[in-house]
Design a protein around this ligand. Structure first.
Ligand code: SF4
Length: 129
């Protein structure tokens, strides 16, 4: 059986705000889409980071890149302190993609999610070059 630490090493860590709104849930869907490529991406529990939970902290510590996706200008995911690490790129759904925030977390357009996922992925690839 593979060592758990080994599995987590050198992946791109995705921290999504996963907030209680359409834009918050878009961040969650984008993170889920990216994590379909489980070889390269791993999603980190945002709520576990301020608690210093080991699995979440290990993912951040071992990540080759850290990507943050926030749903609105409050930027809950971006403002967290990840030990001494900083996000390599941060996205904000309203500002970067022009999505209007509404409080309904089900008001998510999956075509929009796919478009945003592709753009996020392209920017991550550019970062790696
Ligand atoms: S960034 Fe905005 S949408 Fe996301 S959890 Fe914070 S307040 Fe909610």
């Amino acid at each position: 059986m593979e060592d758990v630490k080994e599995i987590k090493k050198d992946k791109i860590a995705i921290v999504a705000c996963s907030g209680a709104s359409n834009t918050g849930q878009i961040t969650n869907e984008v993170a889920k889409n990216l994590c379909k490529d489980a070889e390269n991406f791993t999603m980190v529990c945002l709520a576990a980071l301020p608690l210093g939970a080991r699995t979440a902290m290990d993912k951040i510590e071992n990540a080759k890149k850290i990507i943050v996706v926030d749903g609105c200008p409050i930027k809950c995911a971006s403002q967290l302190k990840y030990t001494d690490k900083k996000p390599d790129i941060a996205f904000q759904i309203m500002e970067d993609y022009g999505v209007k925030k509404v409080s309904d977390p089900n008001a998510v357009d999956l075509e929009e999610v796919d478009k945003i996922t592709k753009d996020v992925l392209a920017k991550i690839k550019n970062l790696s070059n």
